[in-house]
Design a protein around this ligand. Structure first.
Ligand SMILES: [Zn+2]
Length: 269
């Protein structure tokens, strides 16, 4: 970029800017094209975007909010895509992208993000069972059921998990009832054919492909719960019929979510 006062090429110079932003005093590094002769400063589009993000991050740091990089790091530490994080805290993926790029999240959303990163999402999400969604753990639970039932629950026609969804629901609900925590963090909806993972059609492929080896392995207690459920419901028909007797499912209109707080109403196991 050339100086508009005809002093030739400007140089990129970094300096510290102090300003008041949303009522807080913040200082942050800005990079500007600077003329060494007259001191004229200018931004191009790419510097403007970087400087905007530096201001946003300085503000977020001062205000006690996660910065863009902290959101990216928190998400990657859990091995989540932007889509997975969006699902866990129940926002659109566009919001995750904007916050990572520099838009400032509200304090409520900041708490939701921190909750998702630490696994403590009780106060913002009654539908995850005190655990962030883990597709790898869903796979672990289905593999464990498969060993007890003698069949592969990850198979099935297309994107349907008709019976697997019901076994998972029982495993998560009973785990929540007995340990205060679900096994997989999955959210369930009351569908006409029974309880099912919410948005399962989008998730089936991801569950099949998930790397279960990087997940926290099932505890002995979780394995025992799965064995109990497999023994109580040895066939597709039996788990189908049982789930259709549960008040937690019967009391919902089609598509409504089933909160984990209703785990204590289970009647068939
Ligand atoms: Zn100049």
């Amino acid at each position: 970029m050339n100086c508009p006062n005809e002093h030739g090429a400007m140089k990129k110079v970094m300096r510290v800017e102090e300003t008041t932003f949303r009522g807080l005093a913040v200082s942050y590094g800005v990079e500007l094209w600077t003329c060494t002769v007259c001191g004229m400063e200018a931004e191009d589009l790419s510097l403007a975007a970087d400087n905007q993000r530096a201001l946003s991050d300085a503000y977020r740091k001062t205000a006690g909010l996660l910065t863009g990089d902290e959101i990216i790091d928190g998400r990657k530490r859990l091995g989540w895509s932007q889509e997975e994080l969006a699902r866990v805290i129940n926002v659109g993926v566009a919001s995750i992208k904007r916050w990572e790029r520099g838009q400032i999240q509200t304090p409520v959303m900041d708490r939701a993000l921190r909750g998702a990163f630490t696994g403590r999402i009780t106060d913002c999400d009654p539908y995850g069972g005190n655990r962030p969604l883990s597709l790898g753990r869903i796979k672990l639970v289905l593999l464990c059921f498969g060993r007890h039932l003698g069949k592969d629950l990850l198979k099935g026609k297309g994107n349907r998990l008709l019976y697997a969804g019901k076994y998972l629901w029982y495993a998560d609900m009973i785990s929540f009832r007995e340990t205060g925590r679900s096994m997989t963090g999955a959210t369930y909806a009351a569908l006409p054919m029974g309880p099912q993972i919410n948005n399962y059609a989008d998730l089936v492929g991801l569950i099949r492909e998930a790397d279960e080896m990087v997940e926290e392995p099932l505890s002995d207690r979780e394995e025992r719960i799965i064995r109990r459920i497999a023994m109580a419901f040895p066939t597709d028909r039996s788990v189908f019929d049982a789930s259709h007797k549960e008040p937690a499912w019967k009391s919902k209109r089609a598509g409504m979510l089933i909160p984990y707080s209703e785990a204590h109403t289970l009647t068939t196991i």
